[in-house]
Write a protein that binds this ligand. Structure first.
Ligand code: ADP
Ligand code: MG
Length: 198
């Protein structure tokens, strides 16, 4: 459990908004350990692969979008989840490959769940206050649809342990993931806490 890994990508708007330090700090101070990190410019093909790893992504994302519209009393542009996410995917490819991103792997107990909690919900309009997407950006499905683009929400984070494994395999080579001891691991995980008092 203590070595659960999750994949995070600070999207191009995170870099352009000069929020790399701020975003990484939020993950770091939770106690999670950075075990890999690099700056890259993703190709459109890699972005497409990334969002095709989960065969259910198209359906789930489409349903979430439609539910987001309905909850606000608005009419979704389409009632078909697959049609909705096909448009999203094409826009996402443009968004994610438009410039540099920072890819990282965070390790620690429940890393997937903890990181999703820190990142917040997909749509910044409704992401909780205190989350990265809730605090630093102000986009909505409605505006992104009007402008014909993906929602700009600063950061990607794996949705499940399985998804994280696949995403890590896609973006990182084995030798880029570093196994090391972090001093902090002791206060986070040591069951006895002996050796603190002199
Ligand atoms: P998350 O990133 O929260 O896991 P998804 O996997 O459902 O969300 O979607 C991936 C990304 O696609 C989102 O982070 C966002 O940038 C974009 N996106 C999702 N739904 C929409 C939508 N309805 N309109 C525009 N962009 C969207
Ligand atoms: Mg997702």
């Amino acid at each position: 459990m203590k070595t659960e890994k999750t994949f995070v990508m600070i999207k191009p708007d995170g870099i352009q908004r000069s929020l790399v330090g701020e975003i990484i700090e939020r993950f770091e101070r939770s106690g999670l350990k950075i075990v890999a990190m690099k700056m890259i410019v993703p190709s459109g093909e890699m972005v497409r692969k990334h969002y095709s790893l989960d065969p259910e992504w198209m359906r789930k994302t489409g349903e979430k979008t439609i539910a987001g519209y309905i909850k606000k009393g608005l009419k979704p542009p389409t009632d078909d989840p697959i049609e909705s996410s096909t448009i999203v995917l094409n826009n996402l490819v443009k968004y994610m490959s438009c410039g540099p991103v920072v890819a990282l792997i965070l390790q620690g107990v429940h890393s997937v769940g903890i990181v999703r909690k820190l990142v917040g919900g997909t749509e910044p309009l409704t992401s909780d206050v205190g989350t990265i997407r809730g605090d630093y950006v102000l986009d909505s499905y409605q505006l992104s649809d009007i402008d014909g683009r993906a929602v700009r929400n600063l950061v990607h984070a794996s949705g499940s342990v399985e998804e994280a494994k696949n995403e890590i395999n896609l973006w990182f080579k084995d030798h880029e993931v570093i196994k090391y001891r972090h001093i902090q691991d002791e206060i986070l995980y040591d069951a006895d806490l002996k050796g603190i008092l002199e």
